[in-house]
Ligand binder design. Structure first.
Ligand SMILES: Nc1ncnc2c1ncn2[C@@H]1O[C@H](COP(=O)(O)OP(=O)(O)O)[C@@H](O)[C@H]1O
Ligand SMILES: [Mg+2]
Length: 337
């Protein structure tokens, strides 16, 4: 049991992170425009937690996960990673240091099929990272033994070692993707829509596998999904994104019981439920399309779709503020405070 008084250790401290992608120019002399996929995100990720990240497609979730892992040259801000008691700024690390850190910082993809080499067997796929990071030599019998052990933990039988990706089901391929990442004994794993492509019954198997592996290896997850029921099930805390920004961040229960942001309220109202009281819950339908991240609205970016927008919202950018109990919101007129 974790002591109530125990202070949570920050594993990653993200400060004003920005990730802009240049838009291809269509004409001569046209000014360079950017997709502001992440536009100033700040948050801490605690060691051992599962932080869920939700928001509609295109709001910048995947970009955020990948930028933390330094898979893009970072546009601005800092990603500080705790290592041996010190916070290291990832973008300033030399390539050599970063190569070593990549083992600790892993990504589990959305679509395992496209990310698994069709010409390699499951055993080779899972073993590849282990040899490239110099943890084992190719052909070492201990490598085979270790890969089989990891496969077993991930629910893959011995005989599957020599099979190719196309011989597996979607759920099994996702297990291979998980085994490949977790074989490296990472500290931090970004799970990007890791169960979204799977049938509901398989989804819960894979979610439970991820939770078991996390407990066993003391992992920290950033769990990205557009599916709120998945994120509710798996997360300790949830961050809600809209158009490149974090609009609300709270412990899972707090987010559902005391929703503060009008956008979060609308998202939550759309979850299908078997609750008998469901009929009493009003569904909030957001009007209009998501604005372009190239030229987002002024002030609060959500103001063009907000059902309680006021003048101030059109002009002033709301800051993410702590409203107590670790519940943060970026809204001039939060719902219940
Ligand atoms: N590599 C890229 N190059 C250019 N634009 C990108 C790239 N990756 C994402 N984007 C754009 O950034 C925005 C956020 O995308 P993404 O992070 O994939 O959102 P999400 O994962 O929430 O669906 C989208 O407008 C998307 O088109
Ligand atoms: Mg995505």
């Amino acid at each position: 049991m974790e002591m109530q008084t125990e202070k949570k250790k920050v594993l990653l401290s993200i400060r004003d992170e920005k990730q802009y992608f240049p838009v291809k120019k269509t004409g001569f002399r046209e000014e360079q425009k950017y997709v502001k996929a992440n536009d100033g995100i700040s948050l801490d990720i605690y060691e051992g937690e599962t932080l869920g990240l939700v928001g509609e497609s295109g709001c910048g979730k995947s970009t955020f996960g990948r930028t933390i892992l330094q898979l893009y040259p970072q546009t601005d801000g800092e990603i500080l990673y705790e290592k041996d008691g010190k916070m290291m700024n990832l973008k300033e690390q030399p390539a050599e240091t970063m190569r070593g850190l990549r083992r600790e910082l892993q990504l589990i993809f959305q679509d395992p099929y496209s990310s698994l080499n069709p010409r390699m067997t499951a055993g080779q796929i899972i073993g590849e990272g282990l040899t490239s990071h110099g943890l084992y030599k190719k052909g070492d019998p201990a490598l085979r033994e270790y890969v089989l052990e990891v496969m077993k933990k991930c629910g893959l039988d011995n005989y599957m070692f020599s099979r190719y990706p196309h011989q597996f089901s979607g759920g099994q391929r996702q297990r291979i993707g998980i085994a490949r990442s977790l074989a490296l004994k990472p500290r931090f794993v970004v799970c990007d829509e890791a169960v979204s492509a799977l049938d509901v019954s398989i989804q819960s198997q894979i979610l439970n596998l991820l939770l078991d592996l996390k407990e066993e290896a003391h992992l920290t997850y950033l769990f990205i999904t557009h599916d709120l029921s998945v994120v509710k099930y798996i997360s300790d805390r949830i961050g809600v994104m809209y158009l490149g920004n974090l609009v609300e961040l709270a412990p899972t229960e707090g987010l559902f019981e005391r929703t503060l942001h009008p956008y979060t309220k609308a998202l939550l109202s759309a979850i299908p439920t078997t609750d008998v009281n469901a009929g009493k819950r009003d569904r909030i339908l957001l009007e209009g399309d998501i604005p372009s991240p190239v030229s987002p609205p002024s002030g609060c970016k959500f103001h063009t779709r907000c059902y309680q927008c006021q003048e101030k919202c059109k002009k002033d950018v709301p800051m993410l503020e702590d409203k107590g109990n670790g519940h943060l919101v970026a809204c001039h007129y939060p719902l219940e405070s």
